[in-house]
Design a protein around this ligand. Sequence first.
Ligand SMILES: [Zn+2]
Ligand SMILES: [Zn+2]
Length: 333
Amino acid sequence: MRAAIIDQPGSIRVGDVPDPNAGDRQLVLKVGATGICGTDLHIADGHFPPTPYPIVPGHEFAGEVVEIGADTPGDWTIGDRVAVDPSLFCGYCTPCRSGHGNLCANWNATGDTVDGAFAEYVAVPASTCYRMPDEMTWQQGALVEPVSCAVHGVRQIGVEAGERFLVVGAGTMGLLMQQLLQRGGAHVTVVDRNEARLGRATRLGAVRVGTDVAELDERFDAAVDCTGAASAIEAAFDSLRRGGRLLVFGVAPAEARVSLSPFRIYNDEIKIIGSMAVLNSYGAALGLVASGAIDTDALLTDTLPLDEFPAALDLMRSGAGLKVQVLPGGVDA
Ligand SMILES: [Zn+2]
Ligand SMILES: [Zn+2]
């Protein structure tokens, strides 16, 4: 089959690899759509430590069941359309056994540490597959994974009706976060240094948009950083009212540090909260996308065939588009 292969950091090609076979309790899918996210850029550059090389990346995907492995529980049928939670938690370590599989000590994920879905076919544990309603498109299915990360993030920070939230970063994750918070009853202000991204936030219901948190001159009940930039995290922190909450959702380099006022954390009882990937949130996210509660179509700007994977990666890197997807099954899939 055709697949995008990263032989080693910086070396990206589309070539032929053996078709995957369904192992025990696995399904093989014919891939319909696969999204590119920042992690794929890190994997391509060698900046995602868990990744072994060579690897076929691709962890945001949906496809059609074409093979069912031995001893697979559930009533799977050839032709079932599924979206896939890439998480591969070990189930044995202390975090897994205490309900925190996303913090697994032996963390793995389809497309991050084992071959993923920038390929015509992919083998995945049946336990990570979720049936899609007939009317849901492959493109929507491939956006369930980022939505499921946002669902976990919203659960981490919590939202109450009428709260004033600040979302920093109007990329795919920021706009998903915005929509989820609005569904929870929040009034959401969205800030992005890239003014071109703010129109979409307004159309999706932001009460206010801006290019600089400091210029807003407003105090928020809670803030979500979706950039991972130290300056953005600091500005979001400084914008909180007393008793406010800050969710650190964007991915910063491991060595990055921020400068926050410990006096304010103490005196104003500021809560700083983290959120890592997906935790029991994939099924909920699929429901939100399927019902139209979360608009993913508004975020998808580019779809390319598999053979143009290197160009798709460059497009993502340039920041010209928002969500870029590859359609390994052909554009009409
Ligand atoms: Zn991702
Ligand atoms: Zn584990």
